[in-house]
Design a protein around this ligand. Structure first.
Ligand code: FRU
Length: 681
């Protein structure tokens, strides 16, 4: 392939054609970086999950390889799909898979079985079960053999969670040197729990401990990772980082997928979070909250100003079967609705109310029942859904927050929606309020604050002081409809991870690791200004794939004015299409505004602005490194303690750039732009 199609990333990996999601086995071995990934060999939407494969010697130039694990029975009678997992080099041949001096590579993945069946090992699995299996390669990762004699090697979740067999996935395996054991970290997705197993041989696994729920718990927890990083470059001060995908439930202001991390300690058995990496879960809403939905107790929607004006559901279960729970006070505590509908689903909008948005955040409690995930809350402006949230079926309510700072003073409608398709379930929402601060449970350590950084995984097999991670640069909210063809989805720039003490706290910092020297084509621009006047300054046509370094002084925000400095990239000559990347001096936040970035029509939530906190350096400078590709923007703020990743789909003619300084002049501005050439040429 030529890799010159509209939107084809020039320095990010994409499969030559078809659908990709999570990195599923990142392994460095004998000078080669292997990238295995969730892949549909038969089309450009999710399905027939297999492990695709690509290799690189420099994390910059990639070579497409044949599919490594093809869905069993593909294409006509798929009996097993290969979901996300990871891979290791079994140097000491603990598995016994090696022979004739060949070192085995071993992968562990989630087997997903569309049908109940008896496996060649004699084990039986249920329809839609997820269980963990292994495969090995004796030719350095090019071809793989599934371990049919015993797969799945971890077939069911442990007893207290045995009902979770439909949502038990994404093994992250690695060698733990101090205890000389293999570790597998797995997700009980719906319960927001990680399970940690140990093994001597990669075949027999023993449950060692569990972790969670902590911090952000929107949606499901997926794709866990656990790895050590030294703090401030001190090899004697190692801390462990648990990295966890959430879907939906990403950073405030995003919709859909996101990735959080927790810093702690791992002793080979148990992961213990550090106190300053934890935020307490369900705490009362911020004290300045203007509550406009407190449904506790009895009454009707009409009393509270909501329409339609029926009784608060939940006090009269349709079928009377409440599993011994008290529907009013006992089961989930405060709630709007707690329905047990039997064969009589009230789907669609249950109640709604119109408001003027008066503060930056909308916070609310949302939850679900035991078996189903039926609760959604939508925020609509001008008839369009601009924010949405779903509850989880974890039998508890948790806080979610929307950043609606960009919608202040607009009239909006909040709808509470039953998304069930029939049967029974619970709808739970309460305490919807406006506030200047976020409700606690979306307070977390976010790996990336943008909308398109998910299922991140760190490399196995690297030297101990190197830690490189790659994410899926997409979001389940719209992944299946992004306007690319004949492929769908790219990976993020590979990122070097480390921990740095910032404000007394071990903080993840990230740096892009590509070999820029091999693909940076030419300097497009290098300019500085001691003071740049308020207004805009055109930089002309600088290109579509760019490396930008932008630094400037922090300043006192002008009162009552948008006070921002930044750069517009991927703009058409008429500026109708543009992506804005900048800094807001009043909120001390980086932002990426993709509301007019090109094709934004395929999903109602896509055109939006995203924000992330960033403090100035000790000298009062803001430093941004911005990587622009044919369909993405990645921002590394400061020393890499804040990153933001967003897809964009601008037209071919969108190669212009412009600087903007609003609400005042900006001092000490330096901008350097290099044009990046294709890594595929
Ligand atoms: C995350 C995920 C994983 C799962 C895989 C299936 O994006 O849902 O939990 O293993 O995708 O493709």
């Amino acid at each position: 392939p030529s890799y010159t199609e509209l939107y084809r990333p020039q320095f990010h990996f994409t499969p030559s054609k078809n659908w990709m999601n999570d990195p599923s086995g990142l392994l460095y071995h004998e000078g080669i970086y292997h990238l295995f990934y969730q892949y549909n060999p038969g089309g450009a939407t999710w399905g027939a999950m297999s492990w695709g494969h690509a290799t690189s010697r420099d994390l910059t130039h990639w070579e497409q390889q044949p599919v490594a694990l093809l869905a069993r029975g593909y294409p006509n009678n798929i009996t097993e799909m290969f979901f996300t997992g990871s891979a290791v080099v079994d140097v000491d041949n603990t598995s016994g898979f090696g022979h004739s001096g060949k070192t085995p590579l071993v992968a562990m993945y989630t087997s997903y079985y569309p049908y109940a069946q008896t496996m060649p090992s004699g084990k039986t699995v249920q329809a839609n079960q997820q269980a963990q299996s292994i495969a090995y390669s004796l030719d350095n990762g090019m071809t793989w053999t599934t371990y049919d004699a015993a797969n799945p090697v971890i077939s069911d979740p442990p007893a207290p969670y045995s009902d979770q067999f439909l949502n038990f996935r994404d093994p992250n395996i690695f060698w733990h040197k101090p205890t000389k054991k293999w570790i597998a970290v797995l997700s009980l997705a719906e319960l927001h729990k990680l399970l940690i197993y140990t093994s001597k041989d990669l075949k027999n696994w023993t449950l060692a401990s569990e972790f969670g729920p902590v911090n952000a718990v929107g949606g499901v927890w997926e794709c866990p990772n656990l790895f050590p990083l030294s703090v401030d470059g001190d090899d004697d001060n190692l801390k462990w980082v648990a990295m966890i995908g959430l879907n939906p439930g990403g950073p405030p202001g995003t919709i859909g997928s996101g990735t959080q991390y927790v810093v702690g300690n791992f002793d080979g058995t148990t992961f213990t979070a550090e106190a300053d990496s934890l935020y307490s879960g369900t705490t009362p809403p911020p004290s300045d909250s203007i509550v406009f939905a407190d449904f506790e107790g009895t009454g009707s929607f009409a009393d509270l100003g909501w329409t339609p004006a029926g009784d608060l559901i939940g006090q009269s279960p349709v079928n009377g079967t409440l599993r011994g729970q008290n529907p009013v006070t006992g089961y989930l505590g405060k709630r709007l609705v707690n329905t047990f509908l039997n064969g009589d689903a009230t789907t669609g909008t249950l109640t709604s109310r119109s408001f003027t948005i008066s503060k930056r955040y909308i916070n609310f409690l949302i939850g679900g029942g035991h078996d189903f995930n039926n609760t959604a809350v939508h925020l609509k402006v001008d008839g369009q859904i601009v924010r949405s949230a779903t509850g989880t079926n974890s039998e508890s309510l948790s806080w979610q927050s929307w950043d609606v700072g960009s919608l202040l003073n607009q009239t909006a409608v909040i709808q509470i929606v039953d998304t069930s398709s029939g049967g029974w379930g619970h709808i739970n929402v309460d305490e919807i309020s406006f506030s200047d601060s976020m409700a606690r449970s979306q307070v977390a350590n976010w790996v990336d604050w943008g909308p398109d950084f998910y299922a991140a995984q760190s490399y196995n097999g690297l030297p101990p002081d190197e830690h490189i991670a790659i994410a899926w640069m997409n979001n389940w909210q719209y992944a299946g409809v992004i306007p690319t063809s004949p492929w769908r989805s790219a990976t993020s720039i590979p990122r070097e991870f480390s921990l740095k003490t910032i404000d007394g706290k071990a903080t993840l910092v990230q740096a892009p690791t590509e070999k820029w020297g091999s693909i940076v084509r030419r300097k497009a621009l290098d300019r500085s200004w001691s003071s740049l006047n308020q207004g805009t300054k055109s930089l002309g046509s600088v290109g579509k794939a760019l490396q930008i370094e932008l630094s400037f002084s922090d300043r006192e925000p002008a009162a009552a004015e948008a006070s921002q400095f930044g750069i517009i990239v991927r703009a058409t000559p008429d500026l109708k299409q543009q992506t804005r990347v900048g800094y807001d001096f009043s909120t001390k936040e980086i932002f990426v505004d993709r509301s007019q970035s090109g094709d934004v029509s395929f999903d109602g939530t896509f055109p939006a602005t995203y924000y992330a906190p960033l403090a100035a350096t000790a000298k009062g400078q803001i430093n941004l490194r911005i990587y622009v590709d044919w369909s993405s923007v990645e921002v590394f703020g400061g020393e890499g303690e804040t990153t933001m990743t967003a897809q964009i789909f601008p037209s071919d003619s969108a190669a212009h750039a412009q600087i903007f300084s609003t609400g005042g002049n900006t001092q000490n501005v330096r901008i350097r732009i290099n044009e990046i050439s294709s890594a595929w040429a």
